[in-house]
Design a protein around this ligand. Structure first.
Ligand code: ATR
Length: 287
C-alpha cells in the first residue's frame, strides 16, 4: 500500500473498534483492485459520534461503517437514512455525497441475502417457515432480508418477550406472518421449518453455549449462524452432523461490505476464497 495525496479514505467507527474485521476485508479488496485507498479503524466514543461523522466530509473521507455501539445513534445524526435502515432501526454504512451530506444505510440485509444465495443456492423462500433465534439488531436485519425474499412465515424465538414484540411490530409486513415464541419453545418451533438462523451471541468463543436440540428440524432445512468465532459453531457442527446444509457467519460479514466498498472506492467487488482466507487469518485467537 502507498499513501499519496489522493488516497481515498474510509473506515469503521466503533467503541471499542479493535475487534473489527472490516479493515482486513476492505483492505484486501483495495489491494486486489490496486486502488489508491485505505480503510482504517476509527475508535470513536459515543459522546463524539456526531462530531466524528460530521467531520468526515471535511477530512475528505468517502464514508464509513459503523459498529457497536453506534448503529442506532447514527440514525439521528446523518442527513438521509434509507427507508429499510429506518425500519430496521440500525445503520452500518455512511456514504458522503458529492455535496458533503451524509447518507445512511443498512447493508446487513444485503449481506445476509447474498451470503445465503451463495452458500445455499437451492434454498427457496417457499421451503417452510424461517426460525430466528434472538431479537437484537442482527435479527432485525435478517428478518427484513427474509421478508424481502418472500418467506411466508417467520417464527422469532427470544428470551425477552418485549424485545421480540417490538421487532414484529416494526417489521410487520402484509406478505409475511411473524409469530413470536418464548425461548422455551426453541426446540419444538422447528417443525416444518425451511431455515434456522442463530442471531444471538450464544456459541461464540467466550459466551455460553447455545442449548438447542435439532431433532425436530426437517433434514432439508438450512442452518445458519451469524457467529463466526469459531467459524464452525457448535450449532453448525451439530447441524452438519445431522446432514443439514450449514451457512457460517463470516460470509454475511464479507458480503455486507460490498455496497459500501463500491460507493466509497468506485469498484464492484466479489467475495472470493482468497478474501475469506485473508480475513480468517486475522481471526486466529480473536473473540
Ligand atoms: P445484536 O444487536 O448484535 O444482535 P444484542 O442486541 O445484544 O445483539 O442481541 C443479542 C440477542 O441474543 C438477544 O436476542 C438476546 O436475548 P434478549 O433479548 O432476551 O436479551 C440473545 N441472548 C443473549 N444471551 C442469551 C442467553 N443466555 N439466552 C438466550 N438468549 C440470549
Amino acid at each position: 500500500m502507498r499513501i499519496t495525496g489522493r488516497t481515498r479514505l474510509a473506515g469503521i467507527m466503533g467503541w471499542p473498534v479493535t475487534h473489527s474485521r472490516s479493515p482486513a476485508l476492505h483492505n484486501f479488496w483495495i489491494d486486489e483492485h490496486g486502488i489508491d485507498g485505505v480503510y482504517v479503524p476509527l475508535p470513536v466514543p459515543p459522546e463524539h459520534l456526531a462530531q466524528a461523522l460530521r467531520a468526515l466530509p471535511a477530512l475528505g473521507f468517502r464514508g464509513c461503517n459503523l459498529t457497536l455501539p453506534h448503529k442506532q445513534a447514527a440514525l439521528a445524526i446523518v442527513d438521509r437514512v434509507d427507508p429499510l435502515a429506518r425500519r430496521i432501526g440500525a445503520m452500518n454504512t455512511v456514504v458522503v455525497a458529492v455535496d458533503g451530506s451524509l447518507e445512511g444505510s443498512n447493508t446487513d440485509v444485503f449481506g445476509f441475502r447474498e451470503n445465503l444465495r451463495e452458500r445455499a443456492p437451492d434454498w427457496k423462500a417457499s421451503a417452510g417457515p424461517a426460525i430466528i433465534l434472538g431479537a437484537g439488531g442482527a435479527a432485525r436485519a435478517i428478518v427484513a432480508a427474509l421478508i424481502e425474499m418472500k418467506v411466508e412465515e417467520i417464527r422469532i424465538v427470544n428470551r425477552t418477550r418485549a424485545r421480540v414484540e417490538r421487532v414484529a411490530d416494526d417489521l410487520a409486513s402484509p406478505t409475511t406472518r411473524i409469530t413470536i415464541h418464548p425461548w422455551s419453545e426453541r426446540d419444538t418451533v422447528q417443525r416444518e421449518a425451511g431455515i434456522l438462523v442463530n442471531t444471538t451471541s450464544l456459541g461464540m468463543t467466550g459466551e455460553p453455549a447455545l442449548d438447542i436440540d435439532l431433532s425436530q428440524l426437517p433434514p432439508s432445512a438450512v442452518v445458519a449462524d451469524i457467529v463466526y468465532v469459531p467459524l464452525e459453531t457448535p450449532l453448525l457442527a451439530a447441524a452438519r452432523q445431522r446432514g443439514h446444509l450449514t451457512v457460517d457467519g463470516l460470509g454475511m460479514l464479507l458480503h455486507q461490505g460490498r455496497p459500501g466498498f463500491q460507493a466509497w472506492f468506485g469498484s464492484p467487488v466479489r467475495v472470493t476464497r482468497e478474501q475469506r482466507a485473508a480475513v480468517l487469518t486475522t481471526l486466529t485467537g480473536a473473540r
